[in-house]
Design a protein around this ligand. Structure first.
Ligand code: UD1
Ligand code: UDP
Length: 354
């Protein structure tokens, strides 16, 4: 079969790596990169490190408001899909690239495969929530990472071709963990001791685009004595600059450029705690049994909240500090599958076809 994969943002490259590896054994995959992320350390580095085949098409859409960014993707993608006539179009997660891919295919009657389907935060102010709901409702195959995701879809009357196959990000962690241990020198380079630092990532629009929330978050960080390392997402960097906020004022904080996946796995697995608003990083902390504090009001990854493996702190200074100080010893259950999600996805599509 012939499948077009549409991707464009950092987490999608990581999700695509294990799936693409399995898919290409017996099928033709055409990769379309929308260009949503374009800095070398937000895009190229992942293709190189994870051996993701070079995109067949690059739309170079770049940054912009939601309408412009998504609209440009729709126009360019439609031409490619009409031309290539794939059997399926595959999308990951909940970014604007996900929505654009799904919408174009659905309108052209090309069945959409959605990987990481069924996630909900129940907060429609998040662009990701709109993208997920819309994508799920036009998808033909819905591959869910958890039982909760399957139930969320059931609640919206989506029950056909819904499968819980586990999380492809778990596949990626299992595949790359030892490679990261061998190759990454990020700890040495940044003078970090194993379990001697907290890892921070903050980039979600719901936080970055609200100066008050950012001030709270940074106030909490300034009250944490432990060394903190923060690979700074370009969105956050730009927003903080526009607010005139200088991160150098925060003691024991090491700001670094966004890192590659192998460095990131190393940073997560050796952290004392992870403080994040990222979806993917919450899960990676869980997979690698590192306590997490999530700087958001909701999480789609509710399984991680069990036994305080992940503490939902919102943007309250006190709650963030409480979360960081709390001693936790969760049991980390196998709720994200067995690390074979990618194989199951390809098997399932093949079975359906034959
Ligand atoms: C997007 C996703 C978000 C996901 C995140 C992963 C949407 C609506 N949001 O958010 O769900 O968690 O990717 O990282 O799709 N920028 C650069 N260089 C780049 C990319 C972005 O400088 O390579 C800057 C630009 O100023 C841009 C801003 O970051 O305006 C935001 O980028 P955008 O892709 O619109 O959204 P993200 O915040 O990255
Ligand atoms: N990540 C990375 N380098 C970084 C920050 C994150 O490789 O500097 C990886 C991280 O390990 C995870 C993915 O990017 O696999 C998560 O992406 P992000 O936090 O940008 O988006 P989200 O998951 O919130 O959509």
């Amino acid at each position: 079969m012939k499948i077009i994969t549409v991707l464009g943002a950092r987490p999608q490259f990581i999700k695509a790596a294990p799936v693409s590896r399995v898919l290409r054994k017996n099928h033709t995959e055409i990769i379309v990169h929308t260009g949503q992320h374009y800095d070398p350390n937000m895009s190229d580095i992942f293709f190189e490190e994870l051996n993701i085949p070079k995109p067949d098409y690059h739309l170079a859409v770049g940054s912009g408001n939601h309408g412009k960014q998504t609209g440009d993707m729709l126009i360019k993608l439609e031409e490619i899909v009409l031309d290539e006539k794939p059997d399926y179009l595959l999308v990951y997660g909940d970014t604007n690239s996900t929505l654009a891919g799904a919408l174009v295919a659905a309108k052209l009657h090309i069945p959409v495969i959605h990987i990481e389907a069924g996630l909900r935060s129940f907060n429609k102010k998040m662009p990701e929530e709109i993208n997920r709901i819309m994508t799920d409702h036009v998808s033909e195959f819905l591959f869910c990472p958890t039982d909760t995701a399957v139930k969320n879809l059931e609640n919206e009357n989506i029950t056909r071709n819904v499968f819980n196959i586990g999380d492809v990000m778990y596949d990626a962690v299992l595949y790359n963990r030892e490679i990261a241990e061998e190759k990454s020198t990020v700890l040495e380079k940044n003078d970090l001791e194993k379990k001697g630092y907290h890892l921070i990532t903050i980039h979600r629009a719901e936080n970055t685009d609200d100066i008050q929330k950012m001030q709270n978050i940074l106030e909490a960080f300034s009250k944490i004595d432990t060394v903190k390392v923060w690979p700074l997402h370009p969105r956050t960097k730009n927003k903080l600059a526009s607010y005139g906020i200088d991160l150098n004022a925060i003691p024991n904080l090491k700001i670094i450029e966004p890192v590659g996946y192998l460095d990131m796995l190393t940073l997560v697995s050796n952290a004392q705690k992870v403080i994040t608003d990222s979806g993917g990083v919450q899960k990676e902390a869980y997979f690698m049994k590192v306590p997490c504090i999530t700087v958001r009001e909701q999480t789609e990854w509710v399984e991680t909240l069990e036994e305080d493996a992940n503490i939902l702190a919102g943007t309250s200074v006190e709650k963030i500090l409480e979360g960081v100080q709390k001693n936790v010893s969760p049991s980390y259950k196998d709720v994200f599958g067995d690390g074979r999600a990618s194989e199951k996805i390809v098997d399932m599509i093949e079975t359906h076809q034959s």
